[in-house]
Design a protein around this ligand. Sequence first.
Ligand code: C5P
Length: 239
Amino acid sequence: MTLNLDEARKRLILALDVPGLDDARVLLDKIQGKVGLVKVGLELFTACGPAAVAAVRERGIDVFLDLKLHDIPATVAGAVRSALALDVAMLTVHTGGSTAMLEQAAAVAADKIKLLGVTLLTSMGEDDLAPVCLFGKPSEIVAARAALAAKCGLGGIVCSPKEVRLVRDAVGPNVSIITPGIRPAGAAMGDQKRAATPASAIGDGSDYLVVGRPIRGAENPAAAADAIVEEIAVALQNK
Ligand code: C5P
């Protein structure tokens, strides 16, 4: 059976973690046609704002705007409305907000933006919870917040590859799961402590993989992206 590389490529999201538009454009030119979406995060958006999104959209690439919105319901709903005008495909909100915040954000996003919930940042370990008055195990918080996000109408959850099965049980089959913390076998871990390979994340049920440094830092980013797409395609075929 031949691999469905086009389907696999749709699932690969490049994290455009660069400080400015010049760097962004250089990288975008290198990966044109090689990834499904590009994630614009806080670093680039704070520096360049909507121009960062436009630089991706003008190349015909879909944007995942990763702002992890967390504020009063009216303010978050307003920010989602502003994102509609930017023509982004995916946008993150923090599930630690409130039920009202999530519901109102989801109502504005409707079917125009896939609204993703961030449950508990993977940089937070068990010891980090009590100082911010969070009690329980990280896995319990992740599962409860993922279930709440699904109930409030969000279209996806961002989580660590190690949490995919837990989140899938909490949200059911119709909510997308997006996982950063991906490292192809042999790649440098950087600051990712609980990384998984593309094959294992897809095998566990992840729908989209966010990959930054393994592509950005490669000598040939296009070839690095192609290798990950092939690994995703094999994993999809084996499911
Ligand atoms: O370079 P690397 O592949 O580690 O990049 C991962 C991307 O995913 C970064 O943009 C990072 O901010 C983001 N991310 C993460 N872990 C989370 C949430 C987001 O690594 N829990």
